[in-house]
Design a protein around this ligand. Sequence first.
Ligand SMILES: Cc1cc2nc3c(=O)[nH]c(=O)nc-3n(C[C@H](O)[C@H](O)[C@H](O)COP(=O)(O)OP(=O)(O)OC[C@H]3O[C@@H](n4cnc5c(N)ncnc54)[C@H](O)[C@@H]3O)c2cc1C
Ligand code: SF4
Length: 278
Amino acid sequence: MQLRQPESLEAATAALGNGSRALAGGTELVPLLRSRLVEADTLVDVRAVVPRGVQGTTIGAGTMLAELESDPEIPAALREACALAASPQLRSMGTIGGNLLQATRCWYWRLNYPCFLHGGSVCHAREGAHRDHAIFGNERCASAHPSDPAAALLALGATLRTDRRSFPVGDLYRLPTEDDRDVTALEAGELILELDVPRPEASTYLKAMERNRFSFALVGVAAVRTGDATRIALAGVAPIPWLLSGPEELDRATPLPGTAYKVDLARPLVRRALEALG
Ligand SMILES: Cc1cc2nc3c(=O)[nH]c(=O)nc-3n(C[C@H](O)[C@H](O)[C@H](O)COP(=O)(O)OP(=O)(O)OC[C@H]3O[C@@H](n4cnc5c(N)ncnc54)[C@H](O)[C@@H]3O)c2cc1C
Ligand code: SF4
């Protein structure tokens, strides 16, 4: 395997695609390479070319989660989502760009079962062990999206800028279909460069976990108020971050037998998050 360390964006984008992968903090990619869930002949270290840091409402995709959790200029929902993600060590290596593109934690997928998301015909979790899995959008793949910051950014109405285009963070994600098993809409070799995150009047992120530290969300709730408008987005409930039209949408959840408890977890979390907005 080759490691490239380009010094310009042009050189980085030229090196991406054709069997290569972008490498930022490596906290997600390196374990996936080790377990052969990702194959790559070249790693392109993008840390010198992807912007890092915060300027006004713009966040460089190379900014570490640890930098975001301690910056008072960052909206509370995103700050709190970063602070509740992973461990301090991982947050000081892991970037926000890499976090948005992390793969599912579904144990069948991580053990390389030939499931629907790996291109097969069945979702093993639906019939098997699925306690951590989805309550929405789970018809074909019942995985639960693991990113806390993604739910916060969805509720905040953030926009992504890549080396090719700009689009709302909600458009980064898609439910897998028969024809396309990917859960993101990024093109091959496309680099996320920056996020534009509007400043709301109030926002918060609440997270239910197995442990108080270093645990993926059973349910994460981001709530954001701007003027009369309120947006709610959930982590850990669907194969992608889930924009909730309102608390009543929880009545229309489609939990599996082992995930019905997540609906009961989400209700008070959503209520508390909305109360916190004032
Ligand atoms: C044990 C553990 C616990 C965790 N717990 C949580 C948690 O509770 N909540 C949570 O939200 N997250 C959690 N995470 C995920 C963690 O936050 C991510 O691993 C980290 O943010 C990824 O960032 P990175 O820079 O290391 O990405 P990398 O590993 O370098 O890359 C990840 C992916 O993104 C791609 N990529 C990276 N940067 C770019 C870019 N700029 N443009 C295009 N593609 C890019 C890479 O090619 C790769 O596919 C956990 C991770 C671990 C290992
Ligand atoms: S939940 Fe998704 S990733 Fe897990 S076994 Fe089912 S199809 Fe595969």
